[in-house]
Design a protein around this ligand. Structure first.
Ligand SMILES: Cc1cc2nc3c(=O)[nH]c(=O)nc-3n(C[C@H](O)[C@H](O)[C@H](O)COP(=O)(O)OP(=O)(O)OC[C@H]3O[C@@H](n4cnc5c(N)ncnc54)[C@H](O)[C@@H]3O)c2cc1C
Length: 494
């Protein structure tokens, strides 16, 4: 197999029947379910782009095995490989305006990063290194769509996994059998899980002695018996019109808690087996922070650039962009986007090379983006709310425009500045409302805060890494020394 079409992806998830629960009901066919159907279509479009002459050479390449595969499966060993990867991140992100975060390229980069560092898994057992390489090839060559669950559910954060009230609230190993590991417990927060084909489990660092049974990494088909997906309440029904909700009706990503009820993980799908050191060192050793962060940064850039465009369009449509305060706010959003863009470019240009020859985009600018976006994105949304003001709350619906009894007044009273028709103005404000008012938009804000860990602890880690690299401050020493010398000089003159 090689790159898939959208239809091949749809047929594949149709052939699966994961145990999906939504609103107290079992969903048997995600492809035709109104809530999931639209996101299936959006993902299918991405797969189709791989076959579109306009994009194919930009987002795919021929692998060392001679098959055409997506660029997100490319282990970067040359500077141009980073550019090839950015091409797919950018083109796919633009397709959803950056509003879908967990498109297939995200986890492709994770497993590519893991496989590029098979030495790490081999440290704890040769078979684990083989497993990750084989799994990477399996996913790449079948062009599969993965979800991931890497966080323990929020039960009692003051206790480690082994300190929770029940032994298997957090996902852990019950026993080893000749077939594989038997695992039980929950993990979160698997975005888009119901419409994926595989789930991969690993964790952020944070295991302590006693947590051995929870320090695991493995992958399974999403419809493995005993595996349940509990979806959060939907932010939209999937049946609202795209006229009224041009974004919310298209781009909602479901999120799920995954529960494992004594599920067997075959040995060839185990990557880390009950090893606290391996669990904690996976992130710092394999670069699975940096490579996916490249995707996230490019995607985040598409998203904040889109919000910037929407804010500018709104301001222009109602003629407020001549006011100084509005110009200041718009410039703030534009500059946030420009800052992210510049940081992405620096991360790519000042890449790091590992001892195995893997090129990783520079961690410092990537982590700087992680520090900035959780503030810059909510601020951009606040600016959108401020500029749209009351107009965001008075939009009528498509049905109002279509009703002859009132359509004339619809067309008269909702007009914007000269040349901006009522319909355009209302549709523009509805687009903005999806981003800054709807539950859909609030999730998008929460996503930028938390999609890759807790920003508070990430900033703490960033500072500690900075201090390790900069244990002293020669500039400060020089300033003090020069000051002292000048002070002595002026005294002796006196
Ligand atoms: C929209 C969305 C989509 C997501 N998609 C995915 C996905 O696809 N796959 C996936 O695995 N995860 C996903 N995540 C989950 C994400 O990884 C977590 O939300 C993130 O790691 C933060 O963890 P938490 O939500 O459990 O918060 P917690 O860690 O419980 O933090 C809660 C609060 O307590 C504070 N806090 C907690 N512990 C400490 C501590 N030790 N020291 C200091 N402060 C602390 C935090 O600063 C925070 O304010 C997603 C999250 C969101 C919001």
């Amino acid at each position: 197999m090689s790159i898939r079409t959208g239809n091949q992806y749809i047929q594949s998830i149709k052939s699966k029947n994961p145990e999906v629960w939504l609103g107290g009901e079992r969903v048997n066919n995600v492809v035709d379910h109104p809530y999931f159907a639209q996101s299936v279509k959006e993902i299918a479009k991405l797969y189709d782009m791989q076959h579109d002459a306009e994009y194919q050479d930009k987002i795919t390449h021929i692998s060392e095995d001679g098959t055409r595969v997506n660029n997100s499966f490319l282990n970067p060993t040359e500077p141009e490989h980073l550019q090839m990867r950015r091409n797919v991140f950018e083109i796919w992100a633009e397709s959803t305006f950056g509003l879908m975060g967990r498109t297939p390229d995200f986890l492709n980069t994770v497993i590519t990063g893991m496989a590029a560092n098979d030495w790490f898994f081999r440290k704890y057992g040769e078979q684990y290194g083989d497993n990750i390489i084989n799994y990477y090839k399996y996913v790449r060559d079948n062009d599969l769509f993965l979800t991931h669950a890497i966080v323990n559910p929020q039960n009692d954060r003051s206790q480690s996994s082994h300190g929770q009230q029940e032994e298997f609230t957090h996902l852990g190993v019950v026993k080893e059998t000749p077939e594989g590991l038997v695992v039980r417990g929950a993990k979160m927060l698997a975005t888009l899980a119901p419409i994926t084909e595989e789930v991969i489990i690993y964790s952020y660092p944070g295991f302590s002695p006693g947590d051995e049974k929870y320090a695991i990494s493995f992958a399974l088909p999403i419809d493995t018996p005993g595996l349940r997906l509990y979806c959060r309440e939907q932010a939209q029904s999937g049946e609202r019109s795209t006229w009224d909700h041009p974004l919310a009706s298209r781009f909602e990503e479901s999120d799920a808690l995954i529960v494992f009820n004594d599920v067997i993980v075959p040995w060839d799908r185990v990557f880390i087996n009950q090893n606290v050191e391996a669990g904690n060192m996976l992130y710092p050793s394999t670069g699975i922070n940096q490579q996916p962060s490249h995707q996230s940064a490019v995607r985040g850039l598409a998203k904040i650039s889109f919000v910037s465009d929407v804010a500018c369009s709104i301001a222009d449509a109602i003629g407020v962009d001549g006011f100084l305060n509005v110009q200041n706010q718009l410039s703030e959003v534009i500059q946030s986007a420009e800052t992210i863009r510049a940081l992405v470019r620096i991360a790519e240009k000042e890449y790091e090379v590992t001892k195995t020859g893997e090129l990783r985009p520079n961690l410092v600018p990537l982590e700087t983006i992680r520090g900035i976006l959780p503030h810059a994105y909510p601020r951009a949304i606040q600016i959108l709310q401020t500029i749209g003001a009351g107009g965001l709350l008075m939009s009528p619906t498509e049905a109002d425009f279509n009703n002859p009894a009132i359509s004339e007044e619809m067309n008269r009273y909702y007009v914007g500045r000269t040349d901006v028709s009522s319909e355009r103005r209302v549709r523009l404000f509805k687009l903005a409302w999806d981003l800054c008012g709807e539950a859909f938009g609030q999730r998008l804000v929460q996503y930028e805060r938390y999609y890759s860990g807790d920003p508070v602890r990430k900033m703490g880690m960033f500072y500690k890494a900075h201090k390790r690299k900069n244990p002293s401050y020669p500039r400060v020493d020089r300033a003090l020394k020069e000051g002292l010398e000048m002070a002595k000089g002026s005294k002796s003159k006196a």
